[in-house]
Structures are given as structure tokens and as C-alpha cells.
Write a protein that binds this ligand. Structure first.
Ligand SMILES: C[S@@+](CC[C@H](N)C(=O)[O-])C[C@H]1O[C@@H](n2cnc3c(N)ncnc32)[C@H](O)[C@@H]1O
Length: 349
């Protein structure tokens, strides 16, 4: 055995073990507003406990662990805690471009299904999206919404041929597999003339999407319906969108065919999928690790719970998505944009 390599492996394990147990602390910090309160200004553990109405002894231990992980900053002389701008950017603003606690809510919510997933490994059975803990739905929204806010309107829509002008003029839009409607609501807010329909096969998600739309004051302009990607209603759409859901489906080709039929002749399908290379080897990296982890608990089991015979997994990549699109009869397919977490494709009939 090579001692250096062994130490490297042990170091990796200690880091990962710390991250795993810290996930609980991050979710607690998110729920109790500890990050937000600390981002407002430095303080001792007692001061932070007072600001948030929490118990000082628990808050002290939370801060010590968060500091050891680099999520907050310790001033040993003053025995006081603070957050750098960068720490606050990633941890304290649910409406910013990145909100890491949302990802941890999703991760912990996914792990609630560990017994069922273990059993599924033995039997090969699927586990549907709708069978998961509610934190999966809410965490998914919290994880993805910041990225949509940062990219959808400023970068992704302008990268598509002719779509921005159509949206401004009042395009007919279907957001398929919309979950809690983060993308649908954002489109309604940014393009007041657009007529929007959002659908998801999971009724619980659609119920929450309706509430979110009402809170945002756009419920009059979005029709949410419980429907699968293979049978949602309406036709003549100028734009159909699928955000991080095509690879979740057991029959993505059936979905793609239905989307093609539902589009206007010059309509556009915007496909947002996780960032991935085309080969397993290309995805042996930290982003691949994150997505393969979620894929094991969420995407592959969901696809296997549906009819169709596909289970693309979250790291499907451009080639696999392009093949689905081509099988459904789309003649044009291109990568329009990308971020560290997403690939953005445009498909036209
Ligand atoms: C990872 S979530 C993404 C949700 C949402 N688009 C977002 O970006 O926040 C995947 C979504 O796909 C939905 N889904 C899975 N299979 C589906 C199907 N066959 N038809 C419609 N929706 C489906 C799930 O219910 C879930 O809401």
C-alpha cells in the first residue's frame, strides 16, 4: 500500500463524513434563519441565539461545526462569528444566484427513502417521484430556482432563435414537468403578455405550484394541470419547456413526440438538463458525483416506476438527449447555452 495514497483516501473520507453530518446542520441553519441572522452582522453565539430566538448552547455548537467546515468565520480573539460576503452569497440568500441550503434540503429529503431504495436495488422496482418525502419537492425548488432566476431570462431565453420577441408579444407556453412551478412563475412574472400552462404528473407538486403562483400574484395567468408529459392538454404552443425532468421519465421519447405534436409549426422546445458529458468517464468529477447521487435516489427510480423502458439518469449528456429528440422527429437540435450545473438545448420541429 502507498502511504501517501492511503492518507489522501483517509482525508477524502474525513471530509465527506464531515459534509454528510453537516447536512443536518445546514438544513437547521436554513430553517431557523441562523445564516441570515449571522449575515446581517457578526456576533457571539449568545448574540446569535438571542437574535434568532434559539438556545445558546445549541447555537454555540452549531457555529463551531460550521466554522470548522468553512461555512462561517471565527474570530478567536473576540470569540465572535461572522460570514464573509462569499459565505453569505452561497448560504444566506434564498433569492440569490446560488442557495446551497436548498440543495441540502433536497439531499436529506432524498435520503429519507433509503430503505425503499435499498429494496429497489434488490428487486429492480421503481420508486415514483410522488412517493418521496415532501422535502424532495420543496428542496428541488429551492435548489433549482436560484439558477433559473440567474439564467433563464438574462441568458437562456435570448440564446434561443426568435423566442424572446414571441414571449414579449404574448406567446403560448407550456412548462412540462414543472414541479412547484419555479420556472413557470418566473416566466409569468417576466413576460406579462404570455399565456402559460404548467403541468406535472404529481398532484402534490401542482397543488404547491398553485399556492406559489398565488403568493407571487400571477395565478390568473398560469393554468396548472395535473398531467404527464405524454398527455398534457393544448396545442399550438410557441414554446414548450422541460426543466430538469426529461431524463426522469420512463418514456422520454413518448414525451418528446407529444411535445412535438403540441407545438406550433415554428414552435420551440427548450430543454434544460443537468450538465454532463456524454461518457461515464467524462462525468467522474464533483458535479457528476452530485448528480449521480441524486440520480440514484430520484431520477433512475422514478423512470423505472413509469412505463417506457428508459432510465437515462441525471448524467445523460447531450448525445443521449439528442437521440431522444431525433427519435421524436425533431429536425433541429442544438446546445444553446450552458452553466456549471445545466445544459440548455433548443429543439425545433
Ligand atoms: C427534478 S424535478 C424538476 C421540477 C421542475 N421542473 C424544476 O425544475 O424545479 C422533476 C419533475 O419531473 C416530474 N415528472 C417525472 N416524470 C414525469 C412525467 N412522466 N410527466 C410529467 N412530469 C414528470 C416530477 O414529478 C418532478 O416534478
Amino acid at each position: 500500500m502507498d502511504e501517501d495514497k492511503l492518507n489522501e483516501m483517509l482525508g477524502r473520507f474525513v471530509g465527506d463524513l464531515g459534509a454528510t453530518i453537516t447536512a443536518g446542520g445546514v438544513v437547521i441553519g436554513h430553517r431557523l434563519g441562523l445564516y441570515r441572522a449571522l449575515a446581517d452582522g457578526p456576533g457571539t453565539a449568545d448574540e446569535l441565539a438571542h437574535r434568532t430566538g434559539c438556545d445558546p448552547r445549541y447555537v454555540a455548537e452549531w457555529l463551531r461545526g460550521q466554522g470548522a467546515g468553512g461555512y462561517v468565520t471565527y474570530d478567536a480573539e473576540a470569540d465572535s462569528w461572522s460570514m464573509t460576503e462569499e459565505q453569505a452569497f452561497v448560504l444566506a440568500n434564498p433569492d440569490g444566484a446560488v442557495y446551497a441550503p436548498g440543495a441540502y434540503v433536497l439531499a436529506l429529503g432524498s435520503l429519507q427513502a433509503i430503505d425503499r431504495i435499498e429494496e429497489a436495488y434488490r428487486t429492480g422496482a421503481g420508486v415514483g417521484w410522488h412517493e418521496h418525502d415532501e422535502d424532495v419537492f420543496v428542496g428541488c425548488e429551492q435548489f433549482f430556482r436560484p439558477g433559473y432566476h440567474a439564467n433563464l431570462v438574462p441568458s437562456w431565453i435570448p440564446a434561443l432563435d426568435d423566442v424572446q420577441a414571441k414571449l414579449e408579444a404574448g406567446a403560448k407556453v407550456a412548462d412540462v414537468g414543472c414541479g412547484l412551478g419555479a420556472s413557470t412563475i418566473l416566466l409569468a412574472e417576466q413576460f406579462p403578455q404570455a399565456r402559460l400552462m404548467g403541468c406535472d404528473y404529481h398532484d402534490g407538486s401542482i397543488e404547491l405550484a398553485r399556492k406559489r403562483a398565488a403568493d407571487a400574484g400571477v395565478s390568473e395567468r398560469i393554468d396548472f394541470e395535473v398531467a404527464s408529459a405524454q398527455d398534457f392538454g393544448g396545442s399550438g404552443y410557441d414554446l414548450v419547456t422541460t426543466f430538469d425532468c426529461l431524463h426522469d421519465m420512463g418514456d422520454p421519447v413518448g414525451a418528446a413526440r407529444h411535445i412535438r405534436q403540441s407545438l406550433a409549426d415554428d414552435g420551440t422546445w427548450l430543454i434544460v438538463e443537468p450538465a454532463a458529458g456524454d461518457t461515464v468517464a467524462a462525468n467522474q468529477n464533483p458535479v457528476g458525483r452530485v448528480y449521480y447521487g441524486f440520480s440514484t435516489f430520484l431520477c433512475v427510480p422514478n423512470a423505472l416506476s413509469q412505463s417506457g423502458g428508459y432510465s437515462l439518469g441525471a448524467q445523460a449528456g447531450e448525445k443521449a438527449i439528442g437521440e431522444v429528440v431525433a427519435q421524436a422527429g425533431f429536425t433541429r437540435f442544438r446546445r444553446a447555452a450552458e452553466t456549471p450545473f445545466n445544459l440548455v438545448f433548443e429543439a425545433r420541429p
